[in-house]
Design a protein around this ligand. Structure first.
Ligand SMILES: C[S@@+](CC[C@H](N)C(=O)[O-])C[C@H]1O[C@@H](n2cnc3c(N)ncnc32)[C@H](O)[C@@H]1O
Length: 270
């Protein structure tokens, strides 16, 4: 067992890992991420204390599923891509998507997080980890710049200061010949109401960057391809697998635009 001690934004990745592990224990899971459950069983940590149980655990996999689907679509189109997975935490996305050997995959998070990843997850060819803050931009030199890039950032943007997030996007767009960005954003109200989110409250993390309209990224050279607000993350097939309580919550959120648009997933090209 690996004993861990993480605080603030680094602790939040243990909550999302636990959400995926709980999903994988269901008879009819949405992501079915067995690697997440194996990881949870090997880490000595009081996972439920971050408040991500029951309905909130479903929200984690509901967000991850369309991100996985969009990422898989891109890699079919561009099997020569590099993947830059920012704020990867303990997400086993590389094992879920299992890209072909022509794809070079980079997982980036703080050094302590990457150190834990290296202990828990197996190595694989064409897979690399970089231990750095995403906003200490020297890490960019470790990633080849002559290939199309798929940039994925799940549960990261809101933790960045707006000016740092903007600079990160500008540098990524400038670095690669072309690519796609897939990430989620909170709107400014979501940032204001951050303390109603138990994971944020219990981890002691602070959220900074709110994005009301995904077209705001156009100023960094990113063209919006599609975006889904929280009520649209579940496809009918996924909806059918949710508990009645979660289904009801999602249906109700459709009629509450303020809640519905608090968290959004987007896909942009450059
Ligand atoms: C909510 S977790 C999400 C983790 C993972 N993407 C997932 O979905 O399970 C937020 C992650 O962002 C990372 N993070 C936040 N700010 C960061 C920064 N400036 N540089 C690198 N990683 C950062 C945290 O360490 C944490 O792993």
């Amino acid at each position: 067992m690996e004993k861990v001690h993480f605080t603030e934004e680094k602790a939040t990745m243990l909550a999302t890992l636990y959400g995926r592990a709980l999903d994988s224990r269901l008879d009819d899971p949405i992501l079915g991420d067995r690697a997440a459950d194996d990881a949870v069983r090997r880490i000595d940590y009081d996972f439920p204390k971050l408040g991500l149980t029951g309905e909130r655990a479903s929200a984690v996999v509901l967000r991850a599923k369309p991100i996985d689907d969009w990422a898989a679509e891109y890699l079919v189109k561009r099997p020569d891509a590099v993947v830059v997975h920012l704020g990867c935490g303990m997400d086993s996305r590389v094992y879920r998507l299992d890209p072909p050997p022509t794809v070079e995959w980079f997982d980036i998070d703080y050094p302590e997080v990457v150190e834990l990843r290296r202990k828990i997850f197996p190595e694989r060819e064409h897979y690399h980890t970089i231990g750095s803050s995403v906003t200490d931009f020297d890490w960019l030199d470790q990633v080849p710049s002559d290939r199309p890039a798929l940039i994925v950032a799940e549960g990261l943007t809101m933790y960045l200061k707006p000016e740092d997030g903007a600079e990160l996007l500008r540098r990524l767009v400038a670095k690669f010949p072309s690519g796609e960005l897939i990430c989620d954003v909170f709107n400014r109200l979501g940032i204001k109401l951050q303390k109603i989110n138990p994971v944020v409250r219990k981890s002691g993390a602070t959220l900074y960057w709110g994005v009301d309209d995904p077209r705001e990224f156009e100023r960094y050279g990113l063209d919006l391809m599609s975006s889904l607000d929280a009520s649209e993350w579940a496809t009918p097939d996924v909806m059918a697998r949710l508990s009645p309580a979660t289904r009801m919550q999602l249906r109700m959120s459709k009629y509450l635009p303020v809640v519905r648009t608090m968290a959004r997933i987007g896909r942009w090209r450059f």
